[in-house]
Design a protein around this ligand. Sequence first.
Ligand SMILES: *Cc1c(COP(=O)(O)O)cnc(C)c1O
Length: 410
Amino acid sequence: MTSTSNGKATDAERTTRGAGTTAVHGDGTRRDEPYHALATPILQSATFTFRDSDDVASYMAQKYRGGAAREEYGRYGNPTVAQVEAKLAALDGGEAAVLYPSGMSAVSSALLTMLAPGAHVIIGDDIYRHTHEFCLGFLKRYGVETTVVPMGDYGALEAAIIPKQTRLIISESPTNPYGRVVDLARLAEIGKRQRVRTFVDSTFATPVNQRPLDFGIDFVMHSATKFLAGHNDLLAGVIIGRADRMAALRESRGLLGGIVDPGAAYLLDRGLKTLGVRIKQQNESALALARYLEAHLAIERVWYPGLESHPDHAVARAQMQGFGGVVTFTVRGDRARTSAFIDRLRIPYIAPSLGGVESLIQQPALMSHYDLTPEERLAQGVPDNLVRFSTGIEDTADLLADFAQALATL
Ligand SMILES: *Cc1c(COP(=O)(O)O)cnc(C)c1O
């Protein structure tokens, strides 16, 4: 296997390279231009110029023949954005990726593009709350119907499919906050047999831990705000899949207008370079903390797909390289005692979001689910003593010591 010093990695090299290498080098293309810069240039330009009218004419001819190799206007594309998209596609093993200014922008734009009045969508019951809300509250106004099926009930999923009407099955794996894991091969098989496309929100896993496209899933989505960017400093979202389908999303993005700023795209590329080492550390700390908490008397229950006690542990072990950085648990006691425990921790910040280098903690009853009554929260599976912890990249021993001191004084 040879490649020239300035060439592109060979196909064989690309398929054997690990996620850590791909996160640094993308698809292996070496770039010398512009200015021989190693770092990705931030092309902070709203528009792109033409040399003369002949240049315009040849660009337009190329564009309408099916694609030009340059940019025209910032809402349709930008070279910095395109470079990050190529890296994200390589990481998840997809043909192409489309980047959006947030995870929800990716979800809403993709669904508005793929669905039309009369269409039917199936979603898992443990899906990201706002994706759920977008389907049931928003798409309904445009004549799209949604059926919610219990996570992991493949019989109910098949029964919910309406021939010729169901267009999409939307799932998440692992889910928020309970880390439920969907059997990706099984989901893909159902989709292919029933001619329904499958869409998996893989935010909690990252391509280091799991690649849904390898199992036959059609679309992978990430809130890149979380682990992919990894530094709690930007919002972005991405969809990855087959080239023709991504071309359709790219076109609708130009119409809907949700494109990422080149500065944010640069920061995402910068964050991605350390993805491999960050996820390794987060996997390790989260598993150690989950085991520690499971054995602690002040803790009622722990949900982490890496624990043998988790309902989906066997599936997770079979299809994941690591189990991710989010640990969810209930404290033995009421809402106030749970808050007291959180307030005694010294390392994690109290904040929504997850996946960054800083550990974050939140009590959903006080934050993400504050607007609900205690009864509604319980019906959604969010008791008052529930805690969601997102592991950062601090030393595992320091995190364990911090939890030990906070629980000892409870
Ligand atoms: C955060 C999150 C989203 C939404 O992403 P934003 O970047 O906040 O818009 C979607 N799915 C999951 C699983 C998330 O954690």
